[in-house]
Design a protein around this ligand. Sequence first.
Ligand SMILES: Nc1ncnc2c1ncn2[C@@H]1O[C@H](COP(=O)(O)OP(=O)(O)OP(=O)(O)O)[C@@H](O)[C@H]1O
Ligand SMILES: [Mg+2]
Length: 467
Amino acid sequence: MFKSIFRRLLFTYLLITIFVITSMTLIVASIYKTTVFEQKRDNLESVAQRANRLTQDLYAQNISEKELDSAINAMGYSTESVIYILKIDKQLFEKQEELLLSGLNEEFIVQDLMLVLEGQRVYREKLYSEGFGTYVLLIGYPLIINRTIEGAILLLCPISNINQNIAHMNLIIWSVAVAMILVSVPFIYLNSMRISNPIKEMEAAARKMATGELVDHTLIASNDEIGRLSISFNDMKDQLEKTEIMRRELVADVSHELRTPLTSINGFVQGIIDGIIEPEDHREYMLLVQEETKRLIRLTSDLLDLAKLQSGGIELHKEHLHLFTLVEGVLTEFGNQATNKKLQMTNQVSSQLYVTADPSALKQVLINIISNAIKYSSEEGQISIDSEHDINNVRLVVSDNGIGISEQDLPYIFEKFYRSDRVRNTDDKSTGLGLSIAKNLVELNGGTIWTESIEGKGTSIIFTLPV
Ligand SMILES: Nc1ncnc2c1ncn2[C@@H]1O[C@H](COP(=O)(O)OP(=O)(O)OP(=O)(O)O)[C@@H](O)[C@H]1O
Ligand SMILES: [Mg+2]
């Protein structure tokens, strides 16, 4: 029945509102009714007491019978009731003659009169009087003169008037209640929409996203859970889109990078099979095939490293490291290459410096940067590793006086597979992943990396590490 949150909210709110307003109205109506009857009763009781006092005055001859009559009439008129002052003798009462005369011979009156004559006060609501032809309210007080019960004072008040008042009031109360419910309906409707719409919107967006469609941000300004859900949803959407773009780029890049070596391998092998390549040249071509295969192996292992780094699948084991020693170790590894190119490499890192980093990650960063410096330097070039530091960070600067990087290339060199055209044409062994891996590793260790370079003059790669 309630397949949408909107309907469920709407129905629940409506039900609660109607229930609350109805109960409150019922309570108010019943309190009003009780109050009206209590007031009437108080009123009639004080009239009864006053009638008794006036009768006592008549007996003491302080007032005349006429004065008593008109006072009683006035009180009866103002309270809309009929007042009987009965001086009843037991025998007379038993014969009920006097009652017959006054039209008071109705059964309930006779019974209550008996009680009153015994000294009790009587109050009855909702008695049907045939004499009045309606329901009446009855007050019975013993008539006391000189401390003895001489009869009874009876007040009969038709309740049709009271009921009319109550009915009138009820009409007002219930009209207000209905008006309140009607007024609350648009609010309930809007509020239900306000809660359910964003959810609906996000649900639709999620469904679209699942089919690979691009969707807009869901715009929810509220500061509650739904607002926050929408922010998280948008973040997730952005992240998914970014990942999707990265995935597509990667697939395109990788297939492009794989195609070149695979095409040359295929070409060489085909040449051998077809006999185009002479048997005495086979070894030379097989060496080329091996060269390409090695490049492919390096490419795949670099790609794996990068994928691991970017998916956060690498666990760092940070240590307190003596920077000078670490740099010295890496430089030693490059000793042969440097000698071959007659390069001069100097370690100018301060021997006081320590950093907190993963040693193998830091080593990899240095290897990638220094290998570039070697690769992109001409013979007899100079490479130096310097250090600077402040309270929080250590800065390592790897400088060379090699070919440098052009201004157009500079913003892209940390991207995957990016290599300057100049390099691309002269060197087939590189993959363009070295700096991308270095950047990821530095950032994973809490640092940043950037380049300063002038084409033809040299390059400095600078990165920071927390102390
Ligand atoms: N020290 C440098 N001097 C001049 N150019 C550099 C230097 N370091 C990097 N570059 C430029 O930045 C590009 C990206 O460097 P990166 O290390 O990522 O790739 P690569 O060295 O070409 O390949 P790989 O390191 O994967 O073998 C290089 O191709 C080169 O154009
Ligand atoms: Mg490199």
